[in-house]
Design a protein around this ligand. Structure first.
Ligand code: ATP
Ligand code: MG
Length: 692
């Protein structure tokens, strides 16, 4: 270690420093052997990775030869900021560091998209491919299903989203269809042959239309590196590959890494097996557990045990919850933060009281000087926050929401993006189908007929003018055909071309949506975002892979100078921390979700999810338990009240970890002792349990 950089390294504990300095030689020294940091929440894994990147750069590694894989673009941006900060401090001694580029960073999918654009020709793929998001993919799956004669109406064949989920699970887990069906979709086993037929049709449709779905970004990447020569070339692009949240990678991603770095040199991964929460999407905790033994000699394994994030009572409660998951997941975490009270278990009557409690507490904390943005409310499903959002809006309390429906999933925003995508690639049937029906007088039949002609042609948009359309649509059609031909040209000026497309679309909007004026703002927002991208392709790729939030600025970052409360699904809260965290609906049916089938593995994943949520808290943690709450029925049965008990992940024997209270406080005569209140709750649960 050069003495002049000691001041920033000194802040790390010995284990962190070992990870940051693992096998880094001076100057041209060979890249390090593989490294695994496996450690509990808040122990500084992500920070250690950022320090390691900075240390590599300080020791002369070219940043463009470092690849940093994170779980979301937000995480990549945050990591970039951390690296910058460390480098800025070190720049006091090495002025050149102030100027250096940041490394390549992004999600596996985003990096895959970038590599595929560059190397498409080498594997026979057209570099002009379009990327479909999940909804587009489901629509294409639906088209394939109709074409394969497997329409849902006649028979009980699984719906498009189920088909896509099965397809995706098989691809990401690299498992035969039969195995995936047996393990996760047993009710679809009878359709195995039909599903195979369907997936063949789906893949064929993607090929003729030159579209890639999310899974393809990994699948084609894996295909590239299956060729040893190409694997060596791609692996050779990077001296170092670092991965955060490795516990949530799937077998396909692990295979890609191994193929790029077969001897593990330059590979460093960090993660926490107790926080693996994406098994439902094909991730497997085996990746992190089996990592060291893949290499010879095995990867160096470093464990971090000191949690720097949370107070001791919070950490103890979280540890107690995860300890019930059994051996393996429990961690020996400790913290020097002795201050602070126990996390609170707050009993409220219903959803309305829950919202009342949360808003009151949030405002009280702000009053005491804790900005809103250091407070977060976390929930299992995006829909759980609906009532809270309404109340926050009514009371003018700004918030941002992560997870759930995104800005880009709104129908009108999708319209514009489909238009842009289709102009880029007229063979993309799903986008074309959506776009053509935006025109006055064009229905699904005409749209399908036109697409048959256009998709087959090389220069589709040029043919639009001569397509047979109903008399009533003639005028609008002619106008659209001219627009499409001008804008589809690869040289169409950016972002002017996009603005022209938006102008056309804005003119259609009043006919399409009753609330067009409200939606107009989003289109204008989209134009502002577009202007920050160098071109159409970069814009489309980025937005499809990592859509910004509705309530954020162009870069997808929440507006800076305004204070806002954070609402987030537990999944999207991964890796982050806030001073105050409130867990909404800490009840059975929400966490664990009643969507979980009850299989032990699924229940355990839900438990780890609650652990992730609890370990986001630095100073204060509240778990709110409404005694009844609304659920919105999916099958059109209307809303109904459900009575639920406290989450099974907090059984009675864990109660000493929590401070219990009721809100609003009951009148004195009903208050009783904590024990008597608990007895009443237990009795109520027992009486309900008779009917389970
Ligand atoms: P998670 O498992 O939730 O992803 P993590 O292990 O990645 O957590 P970080 O987010 O890197 O942990 O760090 C957690 C907190 O601890 C941060 O606020 C960080 O600044 C702080 N921290 C980490 N290491 C140290 C240290 N050596 N000294 C002081 N603070 C530290
Ligand atoms: Mg982290």
């Amino acid at each position: 270690t050069p003495s002049d950089s000691r001041h920033w390294l000194d802040e790390l504990n010995p284990e962190q420093r070992a990870a940051v300095c693992h096998c880094i030689g001076e100057g041209g020294a060979p890249p390090s052997g593989p490294l695994l940091v496996i450690a509990g929440a808040g122990t500084g894994k992500t920070g250690t990775l950022a320090h390691r990147v900075a240390n590599l750069v300080i020791h002369g590694t070219d940043p463009s030869r470092i690849l940093l894989l994170t779980f979301s673009r937000r995480a990549a941006d945050e990591m970039g900021r951390r690296v910058r900060r460390i480098l800025a401090r070190a720049a006091a001694d090495h002025a050149w560091l102030a100027q250096v580029q940041l490394p390549w960073s992004g999600t596996f999918h985003a990096v895959g998209a970038r590599l595929l654009r560059d190397f498409a020709g080498r594997i026979g793929l057209d570099a002009g491919f379009t990327i479909h998001d999940r909804e587009d993919s489901a629509d294409l799956m639906n088209l394939a299903r109709h074409e394969a004669g497997l329409s849902a109406r006649e028979r009980r064949f699984p719906l498009k989203n189920t088909c896509l989920a099965i397809y995706s699970a098989a691809v990401n887990a690299r498992k035969p269809l039969h195995e995936v069906l047996r393990a996760s979709f047993p009710w679809c086993l009878e359709w195995e042959d039909e599903l195979k037929r369907l997936f063949r049709a789906y893949v064929e449709a993607k090929q003729t239309q030159q579209v890639l779905d999310y899974d393809d970004l990994l699948l084609y990447w894996a295909h590239m590196v299956a060729d040893p020569a190409l694997a060596a070339e791609l692996g050779g692009l990077f001296d170092h590959i670092l991965v955060d949240e490795y516990q949530d990678t799937n077998p396909l991603q692990a295979a890609i890494l191994l193929a790029m770095k077969p001897d593990g040199r330059g590979l460093a991964v960090v993660g926490d097996d107790a926080q693996s929460i994406y098994a439902f999407r094909g991730a497997t905790v085996r990746n992190i557990l089996d990592f060291p033994a893949q290499f010879d000699p095995p990867a160096e394994r470093i464990v971090l045990n000191r949690n720097y994030r949370s107070t001791r009572p919070i950490l103890e409660a979280a540890n107690a919850v995860i300890a019930m998951a059994g051996e393996g997941f429990a961690k020996n975490l400790w913290t020097a933060r002795e201050d602070g009270g126990r996390p609170r278990l707050v009993s409220v009557r219903d959803d309305a009281d829950q919202v009342g409690f949360i808003v009151a507490e949030v405002l009280a904390r702000r009053e005491q000087g804790m900005p809103l943005r250091q407070q977060a409310v976390l929930f299992r499903a995006a829909s759980h926050s609906a009532r809270l959002e309404m109340e926050l809006t009514r009371r003018n309390i700004p918030f941002v929401k992560f997870g759930g429906l995104k800005f880009l999933e709104a129908a009108h925003v999708k319209d514009v993006l489909a238009l842009l995508r289709w102009l880029e690639n007229p063979r993309d049937r799903v986008s074309g189908f959506r776009v053509l029906q935006l025109l006055a007088g064009i229905g699904p039949k005409t749209a399908a007929k036109v697409l048959d002609n256009v998709c087959a042609a090389h220069d589709g948009c040029a043919l639009l003018a001569e397509q047979p359309v109903p008399e009533a649509a003639r005028e609008a059609w002619r106008e659209f055909a001219v627009l499409a031909e001008t804008l589809s040209a690869a040289q169409a000026p950016w972002p002017a071309a996009f603005e022209a497309a938006c102008t056309w679309y804005l003119a259609q909007m009043p006919r399409l949506y009753e609330d067009a004026t409200v939606r107009q703002g989003d289109i204008e927002q989209l134009q502002r975002i577009a202007a920050t991208y160098p071109g159409r392709r970069a814009f489309l790729t980025e937005l499809t892979l990592d859509p910004p939030n509705a309530t954020s600025d162009e870069a997808g970052i929440p507006l800076r100078d305004e204070d806002y409360l954070i609402l987030s699904t537990m999944h999207s809260a991964k890796g982050q921390e806030w001073r105050a965290v409130t867990v909404l609906n800490a009840v059975d049916g929400c966490i664990p979700s009643d969507m979980a089938t009850g299989a032990e593995a699924e229940i355990d994943e839900e438990r780890r999810l609650l652990y992730v949520a609890m370990t986001r808290a630095r100073d204060s943690l509240d778990l709110v338990v409404p005694q009844r709450f609304y659920v919105t029925q999916q099958q059109g049965l209307g809303d109904r009240h459900v009575y639920a008990g406290r989450s099974r992940f907090i059984p009675n024997r864990l109660l000493p970890c929590f401070e219990q209270l009721s809100w609003p406080e009951p009148p004195p005569e009903l208050r009783g002792t904590p024990e008597s209140r608990q007895a009443a709750i237990d009795l109520a649960a027992k009486m309900r349990g008779m009917w389970d």
